[in-house]
Design a protein around this ligand. Structure first.
Ligand code: NAD
Ligand code: TYD
Length: 377
């Protein structure tokens, strides 16, 4: 095997796409998928690669330092891609401690185990890489200069034609950290630890901060899969506040391709922002989602519009996220591959053709949690 790569959080949404990409694209790498299998982790997401020779699964907690030491040694790991995290903002509001535990202490334990193993290995840090996957939410919230989305974005050569923007400022790699939710605060803290390990011990690290992802295998507590599932069941679509918050959406496979590029070609100690120049106001996105889902279900246009329900806003709800990904585009030649409408339709079709997957993970414990959360709104 040429390389032994540890991918943490590999049974989750984005992690499963990264594991699949690496297992298929690099038959001479050994891919070790490590996951605690929390409510968000599901080995069904990896059923198509689980029997492959270059794949192994380890059930473990990234916050368990001894377990991380054992894995580094047992598999002679030379590259880590850390996606394991508590990832849902609403859960972080009700249970901030589990976010500090996994996202901060977990990342720290993984850094420490990698540092110890690599420092005592013959080549030291040569040829090693610790890649930490982070979020644009660490940068806080951008102003909405123009609610109608008429502010011109970047010049045509560097952005996507016809792109709507709701403000003239974007998150760049130089933007100051200003997290507002316990989730983003925990991710910001983990990013600082990763940089500290580079600056203090000379460990080769890289970080990417990505915008909102969508696509197959996302746990249906996040906006897009939750709403597709609710439309199919005729349940309310709870839009927070007035639905005016803006998010920048990227198809998950485009994120996985960016991770592959950055892992192999990113400069050590560097940071890359990943986003598709694809800003949507929540309410516009929800209306488009209703339209596409109704069309795929064979319902008349407007059939499920009545399900849209405005509910109490999320506390500390960030107004706008928008990523400037020109560094990644110019430096490593990455481009988002899909137009949003195409990606959204592909996503809707995937969830509607995987209803058993949806039904299995929206039963039991998750349903109890979900009901408690919404009865409090
Ligand atoms: P997810 O919640 O779907 O998956 C997280 C995975 O981590 C799950 O499989 C879970 O079982 C595992 N996990 C949780 N705690 C663990 C622990 N203590 N030890 C080992 N495994 C543990 O999340 P996701 O949406 O796939 O996000 C993956 C990463 O990407 C996260 O770091 C997140 O912050 C980041 N990110 C997500 C988005 C997005 O839109 N989803 C955008 C930008 C960045
Ligand atoms: P989400 O998918 O939770 O991602 P994040 O909070 O990390 O951006 O939410 C995306 C947007 O949709 C966010 O502005 C909150 C909003 N939202 C709703 O309006 N209703 C919902 O039920 C959910 C889950 C999210």
């Amino acid at each position: 095997m040429k390389r032994n790569i540890l991918i943490t959080g590999g049974a989750g949404f984005i992690g499963s796409h990264v594991v699949r990409l690496f297992v298929n694209k690099y038959p001479d790498y050994r891919i070790i998928c490590l996951d605690l299998l929390t409510y968000a982790g599901n080995l069904e997401n990896l059923a198509d690669v689980e029997h492959r020779e270059n794949y192994a699964f380890v059930k473990a907690d990234i916050a368990d330092l001894d377990a991380m030491r054992d894995v580094m040694k047992k598999y002679d790991i030379d590259g880590v891609i850390n996606l394991a995290a508590e990832s849902h903002v609403d859960r972080s509001i009700t249970d901030p401690f589990s976010f500090a535990r996994t996202n901060v202490m977990g990342t720290l334990a993984l850094l420490q185990a990698a540092k110890e193993y690599w420092m005592q290995s013959p080549g030291g840090f040569d040829g090693k890489m610790f890649y930490h996957i982070s979020t644009d939410e660490v940068y806080g919230s951008l102003p909405v200069d123009c609610p109608d989305g008429t502010v011109p974005p970047f010049s045509a050569h560097s952005s996507r034609e016809g792109q709507v923007a709701y403000g003239s400022s974007y998150f760049t790699e130089q933007s100051a950290y200003s997290p507002h939710s316990p989730y983003s605060a925990s991710k910001a803290s983990s990013d600082h630890f990763v940089r500290a390990f580079h600056d203090t011990y000379g460990m080769p690290t890289v970080i990417s901060n990505c915008s909102n992802n969508y696509g197959p295998y996302q746990f249906p507590e996040k906006l897009i899969p939750l709403f597709i599932n609710n439309i199919r069941k005729g349940l309310p679509l709870p839009v927070y506040g007035k639905g005016l918050n803006i998010r920048d959406w990227l198809y998950v496979e485009d994120h996985a391709r960016a991770i592959d590029l950055i892992f192999h070609n990113g400069s050590p100690s560097d940071t890359y922002n990943i986003g598709g120049f694809n800003e949507w106001k929540n309410i516009d996105l929800v209306r488009l989602l209703v339209k596409v889902t109704d069309r795929v279900l064979g319902n008349p246009e407007g059939y499920s519009e009545h399900l849209i329900t405005f509910v109490t806003d999320r506390p500390g709800h960030d107004a706008r996220y928008a990523i400037d990904s020109r560094k990644l585009q110019a430096g490593l030649g990455w481009e988002p591959s899909l137009q949003f409408e195409e990606g959204l339709e592909r996503t809707v079709r995937w969830y509607l053709s995987h209803q058993e997957w949806l039904d299995r993970i929206t039963s039991g414990e998750y349903v109890k949690y979900y009901e408690t959360m919404y009865s409090n709104r």
